[in-house]
Design a protein around this ligand. Structure first.
Ligand code: NAD
Length: 357
């Protein structure tokens, strides 16, 4: 066995249906007496319920989280937290809400208690992203890692079916790329394989019995593990492509992950044999990238970039941008592989099954 470094994430995790009821004692453990509850405008009712459960420990609900954390939104939220003399942040929602909490924590050092309601996984990472002038800048800071996470599957029952599938595929992408990460280790492999296996079982269950807690709980469990992988190791080609497509062409986050993942994995297959074997084993299929493609397609997700808002005329600029400042990847990609990346994007655009070459 090779030597490795494993950094466990510091977060305390409560998992299970009904665990939201623990939010007040959990806030107490973090010494929060004036917690500001954050959410998107659409999730205000749920956030207000959290504030009620927090009792005297909540100083308000701030319902202005939006996609991609624009810097103006981050500044306004920081001002509000300071004005209210908040001593902690409770992030109730998906990755956008957790992202807003992280932006405030970065400036103020306030602790975050996260209550995820999607499968994005941001609550398990010290990665933050802020969009300034149309460009999303990401960074890492231990200050933004939530201290406590409450995973209550009951809160995911209202996640629309389409978003449940694509959000689950977004989670799966973290684990799939974690399997071949440069800094992977036996712990992240365990988490990645268990996370992928859980989602592979959970997503069809969510589709067929979306009002049933068991599928939802398994999906959230898988998302937690996949998010933990994202928080522990570096990502590669797939995340670079999604960052480019989401950031520069304004494509929806979870959907773009869903479409691109099988193709990025197929591109890397020849350079990541063990990861492909682990992926196939976790999915219980013989071909991992194809298994990922079918998991999305058979559960009703769009598998073509043309179906999620991309224009054919954007393919060339996207390929040019993607190979600029490439991430580490098991199979090298950079300006010299521009045409191969263009071909990959074409397949993703058309919604073809992934192909090895
Ligand atoms: P999101 O947070 O934007 O949520 C999408 C929509 O679904 C929102 O309108 C939200 O209010 C709604 N929603 C969420 N949960 C719901 C529920 N249970 N019921 C009903 N509606 C619900 O989307 P997301 O996919 O969760 O997160 C995407 C964002 O997270 C992106 O900006 C991405 O970059 C970021 N992200 C960051 C990290 C990180 O480590 N920093 C990791 C993953 C994702």
């Amino acid at each position: 066995m090779q030597a490795f470094v494993y950094n466990a994430q510091a977060a305390r995790v409560l998992f299970g249906a009904g665990t939201l009821a623990q939010v007040e004692p959990e806030a107490q453990l973090l010494n929060m007496q004036r917690a500001l509850v954050l959410c998107t405008p659409e999730q205000t009712a749920g956030a207000q319920r959290v504030a009620v459960l927090l009792g005297g420990k909540a100083i308000g609900v701030y319902g202005k989280a939006v996609m991609h954390v624009p810097i103006e939104a981050a500044r306004a939220a920081c001002d509000e937290a300071r004005r209210l003399k908040a001593d902690g942040l409770v992030a109730f929602g998906g990755g956008s809400t957790t992202g807003l909490a992280k932006a405030i924590a970065l400036e103020t050092g306030l602790p975050i208690l996260a209550i995820p309601t999607s499968y994005a996984g941001s609550e398990m990472t010290s990665i933050y992203g802020i969009t300034d002038g149309g460009i999303k800048k990401t960074g890492k800071d231990p200050k933004v890692l939530p201290r406590t996470v409450i995973y209550d599957p009951e809160l995911t029952m209202s996640l629309p079916l389409g978003l449940s599938i694509t959000s689950g595929m977004n989670a799966l992408a973290h684990a799939a790329e974690g399997l071949y990460a440069q800094d992977r280790n036996p712990m992240t492999r365990l988490m990645a394989m268990e996370g992928i296996a859980s989602l592979a079982v959970a997503l069809p269950l969510v589709r067929t019995t979306s009002d049933h807690i068991e599928g939802r709980a398994l999906a959230l469990y898988g998302a937690w593990l996949c998010g933990s992988v994202l928080g522990s190791v570096g990502m590669a080609l797939h995340h670079k492509l999604c960052h480019t497509l989401g950031g520069s062409f304004n494509l929806p986050h979870a959907e773009v992950h869903t479409v691109v993942l099988p193709h990025a994995l197929a591109f890397n297959a020849s350079a990541a044999a063990q990861a492909m074997a682990d992926l196939a084993q976790s999915l219980r299929v013989s071909n991992g990238p194809l298994g990922v493609y079918l998991l999305a397609k058979n559960n009703g997700a769009a598998v073509a970039l043309k179906d999620i808002g991309m224009k054919a005329s954007d393919l060339d600029p996207a390929a040019d941008l993607a190979v600029r400042q490439p991430y580490w990847n098991p199979r090298p990609f950079g300006p010299a592989q521009r045409d191969e990346i263009r071909e990959l994007l074409q397949r993703a655009f058309d919604g073809d099954p992934p192909q090895y070459s």
